[in-house]
Design a binder for this molecule. Structure first.
Ligand code: C5P
Length: 234
């Protein structure tokens, strides 16, 4: 399927605010978003977030909230007071419909709200161990949770490259797909298993590619990001 260029989101996975901010500054113009996750936010809080945001790149604040509806909604209200507000925030779909409805109400469309369906680190055995119906595959659980997230008013999901086609089928073309597990051809896969090249993920319909180490650990992160961007358009 022809698709507009996927946006590139670099994951700033570090506990050091200055290091993250410096990398964000260097990558401004070379990537479309930066991702601040638990590691950086828990270590540096609002200070680290602001330092990164000063680079002027929209921030995906990847904190994966999962609690009772009121607590998640109030947590999101606190996050919406960050200045500048994050461009994307997320919750776990397994928090259930009441929680996702409350989350959607809390962000009031001011930021994109997406859901984590099943963690991609969960295999079939793990899914059974936490009591998910073993008669269904993890694919079916992902499909159910993505559909539920959409029905609750969320804007999209985080999903693996492998899930893209199914999420598109179930949730339609306008549902935002944010896709980690991206590895440029020939690069180190590290601990990622279900991987795709940037180009393959784009062709499968990914809106946003989340890419960490292939950019952040590169000798020249700006050149690595530019090379990935070229692979998407060339
Ligand atoms: O370095 P790498 O490209 O593997 O980084 C991917 C980023 O995406 C990390 O921040 C990781 O936590 C995140 N992520 C992931 N798989 C998921 C959800 C998030 O790799 N299912």
């Amino acid at each position: 399927m022809a698709h507009t260029r996927s946006r590139i989101c670099v994951a700033l996975d570090t506990q050091d605010a200055m290091q993250a901010a410096e990398l964000a500054r260097r990558l401004a113009g070379a990537v479309d978003l930066v991702k601040v996750g638990m590691e950086l936010f828990y270590a540096t809080g609002e200070h680290g977030y602001r330092k990164v945001a000063e680079a002027g790149i929209p921030v995906f604040l990847d904190l994966k909230l999962h609690d009772i509806p009121n607590t998640v909604a109030q947590g999101l209200r606190s996050l919406m007071r960050l200045d500048p507000a994050p461009a994307i925030v997320n919750v776990h779909a397994t928090g259930g419909p009441a929680m996702m409805h409350a989350a959607a109400e809390a962000v009031e469309g001011r930021t994109k709200l997406i859901a984590v369906t099943l963690l991609t680190s969960l295999g079939e055995e793990d899914a059974a161990a936490i009591g998910l119906d073993a008669a269904l595959g993890t694919d079916d659980h992902v499909a159910n949770l993505a559909e539920l997230a959409r029905a609750c008013g969320l804007d999209g999901v985080v999903c693996s490259p492998r899930d893209l086609e199914m999420v598109r089928r179930v949730c339609g073309p306008d549902f935002l797909t944010v896709v980690p597990g991206i590895r440029p051809a020939g690069s180190d896969t590290a601990d990622q298993k279900r991987i795709a090249t940037p180009r393959a993920a784009q062709e499968a319909g990914a809106d946003i590619l989340v890419i960490g180490r292939p950019i952040t650990q590169a000798e020249d992160p700006v050149a690595a990001a530019a090379e990935i961007a070229r692979s998407l358009t060339g």
